[in-house]
Design a protein around this ligand. Structure first.
Ligand SMILES: Cc1cc2nc3c(=O)[nH]c(=O)nc-3n(C[C@H](O)[C@H](O)[C@H](O)COP(=O)(O)OP(=O)(O)OC[C@H]3O[C@@H](n4cnc5c(N)ncnc54)[C@H](O)[C@@H]3O)c2cc1C
Length: 430
């Protein structure tokens, strides 16, 4: 079988060298078997290894091969659903529990980087940029909401202040989250993998899981099978997110894989500092949003576009370059060195899904586009639950996991129709 490769991204081209991680070739016994070596699996594995568990991670392709090694690298706090909607739909107690955890994933990332000395180009500051007065009002409300749950490193920027942070005329203001930031996501994943291995954890790459034989802790324990080996264990964590395919059909049925794309310009030198003098990462407030930042070697990494159902777009550059030039007309004629796509997992509620199947299979999926921080929190909560501390895990697990209307055949056109409606509202400014 040919060795899988990372997506042709700027991140893959600037990744730190890695040790060989052979495929699983025999039958092994561990406490916990994790399926998927993205941020969810790596975070859970590292928390469990720190707590003394014997853990193996099975990965279809390579560490960070999925969304975790391809994303915008934006450390965005909270969830893809606002806290007021959570309070309205699920009650004040749930909102309080989720609100208190809304910035924890960010802190975990920073702890990991510091503790394990992970070189992944961490920079501070993240900006939500408003294109309309309505969006500006929503940002002010979001600031007040987050502050209610104790998250205070937030600042409203007016038009002249945002212009000092990012040199474009398209925004009328924004919300600066001083505690946010950005990273080279693939190098963060690779650094977390090395930290996990330093504590005795083992990662098998090129080891697609073909079957999970479920067990119950009281009678039989589960077994996880690949084509060339198996893992006997007490617990399984499914961390496959948008790449789950048919491995666990009941999990795949409650999410929809969606593609997002990124382009990376050639290095811009001094011009990069003029475009984003603050060096913050930026995302706009549209329903189908654009997100961008400057890399350590002074490229503009510009992302956006959503393909429901995760069909790879034919010409990524032609989808994103017009948006980039609308934001920064001064880049007309710029060379694009990299263009890539990746899949994230969308849920109907836009909230992540975390839970148990029977007594021994745990899962977390569906961060709905904002997963860099949540996946790190998810790893901690999964590890807590396996250690028997379920209170914070249950705050998520008790949320209803609704299937998309239309089932697997019609969920894509129906969701695309909804998105078209909301993006039309953005275009018309209401
Ligand atoms: C282009 C893009 C940009 C994004 N930008 C941002 C951003 O800037 N900020 C943000 O917060 N979020 C962003 N996201 C979302 C974020 O990247 C994801 O939510 C997060 O990385 C999901 O991590 P994960 O570990 O759950 O899944 P993944 O990283 O996708 O990992 C799942 C892994 O499971 C493996 N796998 C699947 N099936 C099997 C199997 N049968 N056997 C073994 N292994 C298997 C896959 O190979 C994969 O490596 C972005 C997503 C994309 C696609």
């Amino acid at each position: 079988m040919p060795k899988p490769a990372h997506a042709p991204s700027y991140y893959a081209a600037s990744a730190h060298p890695q040790p060989a991680r052979p495929a699983l070739q025999h039958d092994i016994q561990v406490d916990v078997c994790i399926i998927g070596a993205g941020f969810t699996g790596l975070s859970a594995g590292l928390h469990l290894a720190e707590a003394g568990f014997k853990v193996a991670i099975l990965e279809s392709a390579l560490v960070g091969w999925g969304a975790s090694g391809r994303n915008g690298g934006q450390i965005v706090n909270s969830y893809s659903r606002d806290m007021d909607v959570i309070a309205r739909q699920y009650g004040a107690t749930t909102a309080q529990a989720l609100g208190e955890m809304a910035f924890e994933g960010n802190r975990i990332i920073r702890e990991r980087i510091a503790q394990y000395q992970i070189e992944c180009d961490l920079k501070n500051g993240g900006l939500f940029a408003a294109l309309t007065h309505k969006q500006m009002g929503l940002l002010a409300a979001q600031k007040a909401l987050w502050e209610r749950y104790g998250h205070t490193q937030l600042e409203i920027l007016d038009q002249s202040a945002i212009r000092l942070a990012v040199d474009t005329e398209v925004y009328i203001g924004g919300l600066l989250d001083h505690s946010a930031g950005h990273i080279h996501p693939l190098n963060l994943a690779l650094g977390e993998a090395a930290a996990f291995e330093s504590l005795g954890g083992v990662i098998y790459e090129q080891s697609p899981v073909t079957q999970i034989v479920r067990g119950t802790t009281s009678t039989t324990t589960p077994q996880v099978k690949t084509a060339t080996g198996s893992v006997n264990c007490n617990f399984v964590i499914v961390a496959c997110n948008a790449y789950i395919d048919d491995l666990v059909p009941e999990l795949a049925a409650k999410t929809m894989p969606c593609g997002s794309q990124i382009i990376a310009t050639a290095p811009l030198g001094e011009l990069a500092k003029q475009l984003i003098p603050s060096d913050y990462c930026i995302e706009d407030c549209n329903f189908l949003l654009d997100y961008y930042r400057i890399s350590t070697d002074q490229r503009l990494l510009y992302g956006g576009g959503v393909s429901y159902g995760a069909k790879d777009p034919a010409h990524i550059e032609s989808v994103l370059l017009p948006n980039l030039l609308k934001t920064f007309p001064q880049l007309a004629g710029v060379n694009i060195d990299f263009a890539w796509t990746g899949n994230f997992s969308l849920t109907l509620s836009r909230l992540p899904q975390m839970g148990r199947l029977g007594e021994t299979i745990y899962y977390s999926q569906g961060c709905s586009g904002h997963g860099v921080t949540f996946t790190h929190l998810a790893g901690r909560l999964l590890a807590e639950a396996i250690r028997g501390q379920t209170q914070r895990f249950d705050a998520f697990a008790q949320l209803p996991h609704l299937p998309f209307p239309g089932g697997r055949h019609f969920r894509v056109p129906l969701t695309a129709l909804g998105a078209w409606y909301y993006s039309l509202r953005d275009k018309l400014g209401f």
